[in-house]
Write a protein that binds this ligand. Structure first.
Ligand SMILES: Nc1nc2c(ncn2[C@@H]2O[C@H](COP(=O)(O)OP(=O)(O)OP(=O)(O)O)[C@@H](O)[C@H]2O)c(=O)[nH]1
Ligand SMILES: [Mg+2]
Length: 138
């Protein structure tokens, strides 16, 4: 099971890795900056894209980076899990709003899921593990 996690600065990559490690799955290789995402994502079983759903300022850049990554022919068909992190913060988007803001309906050629989570309060991480498990043997 090879999973890559990508996301802009401050999205919560390190925090999520910390709470998930020790579980059945370890997501490896958090890709440093977006210019390297495609290389990190080639050949993996699944891609996890994490975004701060409580910071409206980052959404348009996140949308652009995500869509340009998903347009890479080398990544066609790889399932995508979008995680809206920081769901514990009061000004966060709803999952439906996040789906809308990130234009997830426009992403084709793959399975796309989107959950709201909090790495800080460890909310909804069971759904993340379940999703990873579903793709582990494909
Ligand atoms: N409220 C809240 N804060 C969070 C959550 N997850 C992470 N943070 C905070 O957000 C900040 C960034 O978290 P990191 O895990 O370092 O984010 P990152 O994506 O690894 O950031 P870079 O390594 O700089 O790219 C830290 O101050 C975390 O404490 C969360 O679920 N809720
Ligand atoms: Mg980090």
């Amino acid at each position: 099971m090879d999973v890559t996690m990508v996301g802009l600065q401050n999205a919560g990559k390190t925090s999520l890795l910390r709470v998930l490690s020790g579980g059945e799955f370890t997501i490896e290789r958090p890709a440093p900056f977006s210019g390297m995402w495609e290389r990190y994502c080639r050949g993996v079983n699944a891609i996890v894209f994490i975004v701060d759903m409580a910071d409206p300022k980052v959404l348009s850049v996140a949308r652009e980076e995500l869509h340009s990554l998903m347009a890479q022919p080398s990544l066609r068909g790889i399932p995508l899990l979008v995680l809206g992190n920081k769901s514990d913060l009061p000004n966060r988007l709803t999952v439906d709003e996040l789906i809308d803001e990130l234009d997830l309906a426009e992403i084709g050629h793959r399975e796309v899921s989107c959950y709201g989570i909090s790495a800080k309060e460890e909310t909804n991480l069971d759904a993340v593990l379940e999703w990873l498990m579903k793709w582990a043997n494909k």
